[in-house]
Design a protein around this ligand. Structure first.
Ligand code: HEM
Length: 152
């Protein structure tokens, strides 16, 4: 349980922390300093590095989370409300990332390859909104996961 919980929390820190830095810190500075061609290319390169880590955190969160749920709590019946809610918000976050990965992300790559900056800007806008929603869901999930077990 100690190993599963530690891996679980590290995965949450990497995913949510990465989204926080991207959305709250890097995004306004990139808008301020860079023209669309440089800005779109910067973000696409950043996503090429960050998204494989997101895939890894999703596998670790699901693996460690479901293991704890079934091996430690004996399934949904033995788990507190905070774990039920975490499962729901966790699945929502994963679904949003899957849509992002298969839809606007490859479209952004194609727009950059074709130097179609208006189309690229539209795709980056969609990605920004999805990361914004996942950041809010992620912060709420961490709050539920850590504080929820003390509220019966
Ligand atoms: C997707 C399915 C998920 C499942 C099945 C799951 C399951 C669990 C379980 C069983 C625990 C132990 C809770 C306890 O002992 O009270 C836990 C803890 C935790 N989970 Fe999840 N989780 C999932 C997703 C997530 C996500 C997406 C995040 C964050 C974005 C997250 C963040 C945490 C944190 C921070 C803790 C530690 C709470 C603490 O010990 O204070 N989990 N999770």
């Amino acid at each position: 349980m100690a190993i599963a919980l530690t891996l679980h929390i590290l995965a949450a820190v990497i995913w949510v922390g990465g989204m926080f830095f991207a959305w709250m810190i890097l995004r306004p500075v990139a808008v301020e300093l860079l023209e669309p061609p440089q800005r779109l290319t910067l973000w696409y390169r950043l996503f090429q590095r960050f998204f494989p880590w997101v895939w890894a955190t999703i596998i670790v969160l699901l693996g460690s989370g479901l293991w704890m749920l079934f091996a430690v709590y004996g399934g949904m019946g033995g788990a507190g409300w905070h774990i039920h809610l975490m499962l729901l918000t966790g699945i929502a976050m994963i679904a949003i990332f899957l849509h992002l990965w298969f839809a606007p992300y490859p479209r952004l790559g194609r727009a950059i390859a074709g130097q179609d900056w208006p189309a690229g800007g539209k795709q980056l806008g969609q990605i920004r909104r999805m990361i914004g929603i996942n950041l809010i869901l992620g912060l709420i999930t961490v709050a539920i996961a850590s504080g929820g077990r003390f509220i019966s």
